[in-house]
Design a protein around this ligand. Structure first.
Ligand code: HEC
Length: 300
């Protein structure tokens, strides 16, 4: 609470500092005495009602109000003056002090107009976290890495993004999941993860097929392994422990083929190897010796 109380005066001071730095309200007389003569001397031969070079007629702006109404154009004018792009090279350079006075007046006028414009930023959507954000937030705040949101319904996506507040709705099902997750997270945060029941996870390799590769691989793949016949999948080991890995091989081989060598890598390190006689029919291979590594997390 104390830090909150201290914050408020600080925020107030910061606002004051910003406000005092901005320009005061523009003087409308300056438009007649300084800006208009400047434009007439340096600009309107090209950007006047006669030539309208680059579709820009600076003579059309008779009053400060007309300048304020067309912020887009006058911001371009300021930019051109600041960068000394205009008047074009070869023409007499206007006086620096004059350029400064003119750009400052235009900016003050535009700023004043913006202050009174009552902009409409649109409706602000109350947004919720998507599943990834939820998991990461719970982990970062509470150190609970049980990925509770994996159990939530799939997030909707809009314009190709799944963190778009407008489409992230809150269904009754999700609300129920939130309540259940909250309890589980709180329990885990206080008492640690409870014992898990044995469970079965089926992991499918992203590329289903092993293709013969006629040319040698020249680059590492995502796992850092460059074996031509390697398939990979990511699986999350929820806790440290002994895991039974069963590899199912499909396909057909001619009778009398050489034994197949099967190896399993976890996080790029070779964990277990075996060879299996396999000809004709699909076969399966079971390794009991593979234990998941010390920290539970996603592994390839
Ligand atoms: C000799 C003729 C000439 C003079 C004088 C001149 N301009 Fe230009 N201006 C051009 C031309 C040609 C372009 C279009 C090419 C470009 O953008 O560089 C242009 C473009 C612009 C643009 C961009 C318009 C757009 O919609 O993109 C602005 C703003 C501008 N001038 C402002 C000024 C100002 C301010 C002055 C006086 C300080 C001035 N110009 C003097 C010839 C001139």
């Amino acid at each position: 609470m104390r830090s909150l109380l201290i914050l408020f005066p600080l925020v107030g001071l910061a606002n004051l500092a910003v406000a005092s730095e901005s320009h005061g309200p523009p003087d409308s007389a300056t438009f007649e005495t300084t800006v208009k003569p400047f434009l007439a001397r340096s600009c309107t031969t090209c950007h006047g009602s006669r030539l309208k070079t680059a579709s820009l007629d600076l003579e059309a702006y008779a009053t400060p109000a007309s300048v304020a109404q067309d912020a887009g154009t006058w911001e371009k004018v300021v930019a051109k003056l600041r960068r000394h792009d205009m008047p074009p090279v070869g023409l007499p350079r206007p006086d620096e002090a004059e350029i400064k006075a003119v750009t400052e007046w235009i900016e003050a006028e535009l700023e004043q107009a913006a202050l009174h414009a009552a902009p409409d930023p649109g409706r602000v959507t109350a947004r919720r976290l998507n599943r990834t954000e939820y998991n990461n937030t719970v982990r970062d705040l509470l150190g609970v890495d049980i990925r509770p949101a994996d159990d939530f319904p799939q997030d909707d996506s809009g314009y190709g993004f799944d963190n778009n507040g407008d489409v992230l709705s809150l269904s009754p099902v999700l609300m129920e999941k939130y309540l259940a997750a909250a309890e589980k997270i709180a329990r885990t945060a206080l008492f640690g993860a409870g014992p898990l029941k044995p469970s079965l996870a089926r992991v499918q390799a992203r590329t289903g097929k092993i293709q013969p590769s006629p040319t040698p691989l020249h680059d590492y793949d995502v796992t850092g392994l460059s074996l031509p016949n390697a398939l990979h999948a990511t699986h999350r080991f929820p806790v440290d422990g002994e895991y039974l890995l069963r590899v199912l091989l499909g396909g057909f081989r001619p009778l009398g083929s050489e034994p197949i060598q099967v190896g399993v890598w976890i996080d790029g390190r070779s964990r277990c190897w075996t060879s299996t006689r396999w000809a004709g029919r699909p076969s399966s291979w079971t390794g009991r010796t593979c234990s998941a590594s010390s920290r539970s997390s996603a592994r390839r």
